[in-house]
Design a protein around this ligand. Sequence first.
Ligand SMILES: NC(=O)c1ccc[n+]([C@@H]2O[C@H](COP(=O)([O-])OP(=O)(O)OC[C@H]3O[C@@H](n4cnc5c(N)ncnc54)[C@H](O)[C@@H]3O)[C@@H](O)[C@H]2O)c1
Ligand SMILES: O=C(O)C(=O)C[C@@H](O)[C@H](O)[C@H](O)COP(=O)(O)O
Ligand SMILES: [Zn+2]
Length: 352
Amino acid sequence: MVTRIHVGGDRAYDVLVGNDLDGELPGLIDGAARVAVLYSAPLRERAERIAAALPGVTPIEVPDAERGKTVAVAAQCWDELGKAGFTRTDVVVGVGGGAVTDLAGFVAASWLRGVRWVPVSTSLLGMVDASVGGKTGVNIDAGKNLVGAFHPPAGVLCDLDALTTLPPDDLTAGLAEVIKCGFIADPRILELVEGDPAGAADPAGRTLRELVERAIQVKADVVSVDLKESGLREILNYGHTLGHAIEKREKYTWKHGHAVSVGLIFAAALSRLSGRLDAATAARHRAVLDQVGLPTAYGQEAWTDLLSAMRVDKKTRAATLRFVVLDGLAKPGILTGPSEELLVEAYAEVAR
Ligand SMILES: NC(=O)c1ccc[n+]([C@@H]2O[C@H](COP(=O)([O-])OP(=O)(O)OC[C@H]3O[C@@H](n4cnc5c(N)ncnc54)[C@H](O)[C@@H]3O)[C@@H](O)[C@H]2O)c1
Ligand SMILES: O=C(O)C(=O)C[C@@H](O)[C@H](O)[C@H](O)COP(=O)(O)O
Ligand SMILES: [Zn+2]
């Protein structure tokens, strides 16, 4: 059974969730004479299978994970498109996790000022988050995803079969974004994870499929009305202000989902300490993240680095830091300009 989740707005498309979805791809690249297929080594065979059914393929193997999400790799991809004579009716396909699809989307957004692209999402995090919503980009030394573009895909394929080969640690990392969606919008997600943590991490199970569909729906509902993050979309950044700072400090060697997990503890602490969230809901963050084996702590000595990294967060306005917080379960809001004292107090809950 294929589930189709619609993403609305000016450039609407569908996210398909199911098994054995490769046959859907030719329909999404209609009219293209050339297709660039971007992938990294762990997805080589999958990409080759997909490429076999497409016209005029330029295969582009990129470095794996965050090592591929750089300006230098994007420039190599542009060179390949140039050599292939890639035109405005051609299509970029990204086969992989969030890092490869963010790169592929950015290459598509910047080539000839924007050509079509399709993420074939193969990681849990990619399915529930990175491939949906049109945020594309690369990391630079100054910070995570600081160079990029909003460029919605033509469609998204989330083939659940791919999750059976995903390393367990990466599957767990994806659960951080799923749990984030539970706190900001859909508490049923939290009940499902708390009630069946093993099922939540079972790539062939029904619990995980329901989690995938629910998390995609949360994201689709938000980006359908606010593609360019003029307001509502900021809620999807819950846990990310500190999370991205950790990724930068770790020179992008930490998994995004792991950093977001620590960031969720910080965001919950900020919400509680600013008097906006009850203690039980704040404590529920650590409990559920612990249950699935996600990290919830980071070093005390890192604080100064993290604070300066948070200053370049995209939600910052002038010198004012802004954080997504909760005013209750599924009631996200913004905390503007918290005192450094409050930030330090909240960080003590991460560093303990
Ligand atoms: N654009 C967005 O809205 C958005 C949202 C959330 C996250 N992101 C980005 O997504 C990235 C994280 O994505 P991720 O967690 O997928 O990490 P990732 O892309 O680095 O993939 C993790 C690892 O799993 C491997 N892998 C992926 N699918 C596999 C499969 N089916 N079988 C075997 N190995 C497989 C990858 O090759 C990689 O080694 C970060 O860069 C983050 O910033 C973007
Ligand atoms: O789609 C969004 O908007 C999000 O904030 C989702 C996040 O999970 C994701 O990591 C996103 O890439 C972060 O965006 P950024 O604009 O803070 O780089
Ligand atoms: Zn994220």
